[in-house]
Design a protein around this ligand. Sequence first.
Ligand code: PLP
Length: 399
Amino acid sequence: MENTEKKLGFSTRQIHVGKFKNSAGALCDPIYQTSTFAFDSVEQGGARFAGTEAGYVYSRPANPTTNSVEAKIASLENGEAAMATASGMGAITATIYRSVVAGDEIVADETLYGCTFAFLSKEIVQLGVKVTFVDLNEPGALKKALTEKTKVVYFETPCNPTLKVIDIKAVADEAHAFNPSIRVVVDNTFCSPYLQRPLDLGADVVVHSATKYINGHGDVIAGFVVGKKEFIDDVRAIGVVHMNGAVMSPFNAFLIARGLKTLSIRMERHCANARKLAAWLEAHPAVKKVYYPGLESFEGYETAKKQMSDFGGMISIELKADKATTAATINKLKLCTIAVSLGDAETLVEHAASMTHSTYSAEELAEAGISEGLVRISTGLEDIEDIIADFEQAFADLK
Ligand SMILES: Cc1ncc(COP(=O)(O)O)c(C=O)c1O
């Protein structure tokens, strides 16, 4: 089915879009576990390389199994096209490599996944690209940072790990009013296309760590770039094929196709569980602060309500305890797992400053609003009573 099929509902498309006919009539798309594809003749191989004949060449540029999940993600994000990558970082780096050259500038929000922050603050700058970090929610901050050299505005929403919510339409409108050719890139990992579709709100490109909710089962590292066909063709042909080589394997594409079949129902359960857990945490006397877009007391609540269809499965907390007591408390969790990553069936709990965000210095953490004691929770799909009971026993000695 074509990804232009917009009349079908989201859950139908997550299952059916991209499926292709196979000789055995297998219900699930087969895994084309091959590096290369046979040509009938030298002339045919030459024509495929020249692009004058359609067909597969080699699995770095394209493979039928990965093409199938690309069509699904393009459809679910309401994008023209998508490129599957080996990881979220593969998607992010290919996007940036194809958007800037030496002398160009990027404006990025200061609260980002740790490796994205490291790439933008330490690596891309070595290639002669200037990156200005701002708080995109601070009035006037974007306007002040934009220059004639700005090629990209980059952010996540909700941000990892503070769940800060950034108004996608407002940022895209302001960037495009300054210069319509600025590429507004949104990392949509925390929402998945089920909860939020940045392209509909004016963003130009969406990037994903598909390792998270899109796959949903904790057994794959993967990513996607979604946007206009012309840009995705360029990310594929140069950003991935020539530059970072971060191509998704056919087996991982198969696992993602399997995970995607239940994306909508998984997201609904993640959201329902997180809403209950956040309310319980907010009411607990040992909890200093709950970061969760679905709490009316949270700063990003109104924007989240406007641009997300539900509030997601991610929660962060600060306890009233010091760092050592916080760690000792988290160590008492029995059902919930102490691990980085998110969006899996299992509830995962991590300490951002020493784990996912250890690429930030102490000053940078403070600047980005990431408290030293911040604990991030990816609410899983277990029975919510069991998740809460686990936190209850771990918090038992706290006052
Ligand atoms: C918001 C966000 N973007 C990107 C990434 C990088 O994705 P990957 O680990 O698949 O490379 C992560 C990883 O945790 C993330 O949380």
